[in-house]
Write a protein that binds this ligand. Structure first.
Ligand code: HEM
Length: 359
């Protein structure tokens, strides 16, 4: 139930040990006024500071009888649940507001087999709400939506459960919906050297991006029913790791080193490993989703993949290029939604995300 500081040199929710639940929302601006957007972001940041401390927004959920309350109320009495709110700006944000785009932010290329639904892709602003209680995460997004009325509205959103990528290697690694441990070889939240090299933007970025990061979000549908008819041997060959233990081929324990030539040539882990890709590295922070069924007798389920990196060209883009071309996992998955966002550096008290950009 503890709270995670909202203010700091980096935004919380990136290196923060992954919470259990996600509510991710992408917003579109309905204005081209920088001033209106800055006013909204300032109000959002003040509300975020309150909500992450389990406080009600503004004057609270009760007060003046003749106006709608400042807070919608469904989180009253709930602990902070390690709520974090992480904000990013998509390429279209800069186009609409006629602001200079950071060099590092670009639309992702088309990858083979992408089947992206425009209604689940893009967005001018994203907010990633993570918490150990889904009600706390949903309350946070809902209150930002309410405050954004007239300036920004939700374009698409995604609920997630069962974190699929831990950043806490000492804890038990969570499993994705394919039943495999996910996040074994992820960047640890405590590995500051790796975070500085691969996740946080440095002097190469504009002032407001320093200490920030680029986020790629992909809604990846899993063909669960086909997967469930696949033999254990084939499932393990696809990743190059065993199912129960998560050990890499050639090893016996989950954290044994990955020796690339022991893994099947087109296996997911071999293709995605930094040594196969001149060091390309990302911080994974994805969640599982199950959004009912698709009307064709199949679950609409999969992985809502979230990856943070300092440089898209040394992170998601080369990794996904390699995976899209060869990964034997491709028979069982399809990328159906996509977004890319520049997440500014940390917010100081009284300020807001990208304040110097919007000044
Ligand atoms: C590793 C599953 C999509 C990048 C893994 C592992 C599993 C897994 C089980 C091994 C355990 C681990 O080290 O975490 C999946 C599933 C996906 C998916 C089920 C889709 C539904 C992606 C995508 C990317 C990616 C889209 C990036 C473009 C990686 C990387 C590793 C990894 C970098 C670690 C490789 C290493 O250093 O050994 N994934 N993954 N994965 N995956 Fe994925």
């Amino acid at each position: 139930g503890q709270s995670i500081a909202f203010h700091g040199s980096h935004q919380a929710g990136i290196a923060t040990p992954v919470q259990d639940r996600l509510h991710f929302a992408a917003f579109d601006l309905s204005t081209d006024s920088k001033e209106d957007v800055a006013t909204m972001l300032k109000a959002w940041a003040a509300a975020a500071a309150q909500m992450t401390e389990a406080k009600e927004v503004g004057g609270g959920a009760t007060g003046a009888e003749l106006a709608p309350p400042d807070d919608t109320g469904e989180a009253i009495g709930l602990p902070a649940s390690r709520l974090t709110l992480t904000v990013g700006f998509g390429p279209s944000f800069f186009d609409k507001l006629k602001l200079p785009k950071p060099d590092g932010l670009k639309e992702l290329p088309h990858f083979p087999a992408d089947k992206l639904d425009p209604a689940r892709s893009g967005g001018d602003i994203c907010v990633q709400a993570c918490a150990d209680d889904p009600q706390v995460a949903v309350h946070a997004i809902r209150n930002l939506v309410r405050m954004g009325f007239g300036v920004a509205s939700i374009r698409w959103s995604q609920l997630g459960f069962g974190k699929t990528s831990s950043t806490t290697p000492d804890a038990q690694t969570p499993r994705n919906l394919m039943g495999f441990k996910d996040g074994t070889d992820n960047i640890a939240a405590t590995d500051e050297k790796k975070l500085d090299t691969h996740v946080w933007v440095g002097d190469e970025g504009p002032e407001w991006m320093r200490g920030g990061s680029y986020l790629v979000a992909r809604r990846i549908r899993m063909h669960i029913e086909t997967w469930d008819r696949t033999s254990l041997k084939e499932q393990e060959d696809i990743f190059g790791r065993t199912k129960r233990e998560g050990a890499p081929y050639g090893g016996t324990r989950e954290h044994d080193p990955v020796v690339l030539d022991k893994l099947p040539i087109d296996s997911h882990v071999r293709l995605a490993h930094p040594d196969s890709l001149s060091g390309a590295t990302i911080l994974r922070r994805g969640y599982s989703f199950t959004d009912g069924s698709d009307g064709l007798g199949r679950l609409d389920a999969g992985l809502f993949f979230l990856a943070y990196q300092r440089d898209l060209e040394k992170g998601f883009i080369p990794i996904q290029r390699a995976l899209a071309a060869k990964d034997t996992l491709n028979e069982y998955i399809q990328h159906v939604g996509s977004g890319v966002f520049a997440c500014p550096g940390g917010v100081s008290p009284g300020s807001f995300w990208g304040a110097s950009l919007l000044a």
